[in-house]
Design a protein around this ligand. Sequence first.
Ligand SMILES: [Fe+2]
Length: 284
Amino acid sequence: MRITSINSEPIEEYLYLNVTPRPESRIIQSTLPVLKATVDQLPDELDAIIATSDLQGRERIRDCESLPIKLIGEVIPARLARWLTQEGYSCDRIGIVLAGDFYAAPDLQKRGATGDITSVWQAFENEFRWVVGVGGNHDMFGDEQNLRPPASPRAHFLGSERVNLDGIEIAGLSGIVGNPKKNFRIKKRDYLERLTNLLGSPTDLLLTHDGPDIEHLGLRGTPEIRELLSRLRPPLVIRGHKFWEQPLAEIAGGTQILNVDSRIVMLTPEDSVEAISKPESGSL
Ligand SMILES: [Fe+2]
């Protein structure tokens, strides 16, 4: 799978509460943009794939129906589904890709809290055809480190494994390079070995939370992952964990890296005849 175009102008936006990095740790209102991109092909069963990660915030108090205020990842699926339905889409023909880090502390006291995001996966699963994803270093499923979400026919958690969904070969590696005693962290050597093993089979899409840097563009990531991907050459990687100003870049060898940290990207086929226009105002 290859991305053939991506629009920098959002087609939809959602407002939410976010926290600035430490030591400031100030609660701010952020905008979550939905960007439209096209891919060279999608299976007949799908009209779109929607990818996102690093939604480490909560809904606005004015939007919440009950306390505590919900994770933004818990409420976005229903809002997305409502908007997509208005635009003429069938959500049972849309797959969801989650690249990790969907938790924020209930009091939003500091950025980088770690906690249970089972409800986020369930919220996406309730609205869409399938969900595939990896764990981020701030994600837990239940109250212990490194657990997986509950097994479900339509939700596919990839620790270090692959799955074929509607004919798309998807490989996924959870976690980041780091101290393995901490949640969803792997020694660098082990991370690279797992990635090598995963990419030993033909892969349409590689899904990771950590990912490569793009040194000459100043885009943050792990150089050794870039070097490995340059040799193994999967066509497309979707990643999170480090925010990039630009969502898409290409590394030596031709692999495209789509960074969905703090954004939603909607991938539709190139020959898609529909045209979504930006609404006059946000939906909140
Ligand atoms: Fe992360």
